[in-house]
Design a protein around this ligand. Structure first.
Ligand SMILES: Nc1ncnc2c1ncn2[C@@H]1O[C@H](COP(=O)(O)OP(=O)(O)OP(=O)(O)O)[C@@H](O)[C@H]1O
Length: 296
């Protein structure tokens, strides 16, 4: 696979605060990557670095082989849809779309027109008079119609109701199938987007916790529940990501090697269930919290 972007030992410090801490990662071309992590993990800062909005304190950022900072050629291939996007005061929806059409060489007017109709967006209304959800819709239209080879969506759903979010996911998948490209989605709604993701980059306290193919990841953990003693027997020698219980009953999320472990759990008298991406992310983030507390 070819790399659309690479981060090589990248650190970003703000006065006294390390937002990104020695991150080395690759965004594969033509892949949908979920950039996941808790509040303040460093997701937005990473995207700002990859879109040339910031220069790292140290390390190297490359997008399509070049430094994205003040690089018009690289930037014309990148679309960054951010939750806090501001537009000039007088801009109407149609002005945003016509500016974006000039900015992105691959702009697809048909995609924009379809989405505006589907979201029922008023083309001639000033953006500042749109509701929160409608403003998010404008960002989504720009992100999808830009057809930029590298598109970032930073929590693009703020204020969107469940129907509109589903419309976004459906259109994203359909458009991606029609024109594969590199898409990075940062979101806290992991359960909703879990099935869309091909790759997961999980960060925590500015560091990479997981950088893995989503399919591999789904098979990597197992949730087992049953009598505490049986769970303890099964988890001995395995990495436990999380466990909780009531009385003599325990439920644990365990790292496993493969399907043989599912059978082993069942024959130990436990109930094995697949672990969802969301459960895995929560379990892994909790594990690092515990480790951080221990090291304090
Ligand atoms: N301009 C800045 N000045 C100082 N600190 C900053 C700045 N931008 C970000 N930070 C800090 O860097 C850390 C990472 O922030 P960032 O916005 O990248 O996190 P995030 O993962 O996007 O969080 P969220 O999911 O809450 O949006 C936070 O501790 C934040 O307070």
């Amino acid at each position: 696979m070819t790399a659309a972007a690479t981060l090589d030992d990248v650190t970003m410090r703000f006065r006294g605060q390390t937002a990104v801490d020695g991150v080395t990662a690759t965004l594969q071309e033509d892949c949908i990557t979920g950039l996941l992590g808790r509040n303040g993990a460093g997701k937005t800062t990473l995207m700002q670095l990859l879109t040339g909005h910031r220069v790292p304190t140290s390390g190297r950022v490359r997008v399509f082989g070049a430094d994205p900072y003040e690089n018009d050629a690289a930037l014309s291939r990148i679309c960054f849809v951010k939750e806090s996007q501001r537009y000039p005061d007088h801009f109407r929806v149609c002005d945003v779309l016509s500016s974006a059409a000039m900015l992105f060489p691959g702009w697809d007017d048909d995609v924009a027109r379809d989405l505006v109709a589907e979201f029922d967006l008023p083309r001639r209304r000033a953006v500042k008079k749109l509701s929160r959800g409608m403003t998010s819709m404008v960002g989504i239209v720009v992100g999808l119609a830009s057809r930029a080879p590298l598109t970032f969506f930073d929590e693009p759903y703020l204020g969107l109701d469940a129907v509109a979010r589903q419309q976004f996911y459906d259109r994203l998948i359909a458009d991606y199938a029609e024109q594969p490209r590199t898409i990075v989605l940062s979101t806290h709604l992991i359960e909703e987007i879990g099935d869309l993701l091909e790759h997961v980059l999980l960060i925590d306290h500015g560091r990479v916790l997981l950088d893995e193919d989503a399919e591999t990841l789904r098979g990597r953990a197992l949730t087992v529940s049953g009598p505490t003693a049986a769970v303890a027997g099964f988890t001995a020698g395995r990495r436990v990501l999380h466990s909780d219980g009531i009385g003599a009953f325990t439920r644990a999320v365990v790292e496993v090697a493969g399907p043989a472990d599912h059978a082993a759990a069942a024959s130990a008298g436990l109930t094995p269930e697949p672990t969802s991406l969301q459960q895995l992310v929560v379990a892994m983030s909790r594990t690092t919290d515990t480790l951080q507390e221990v090291s304090r």
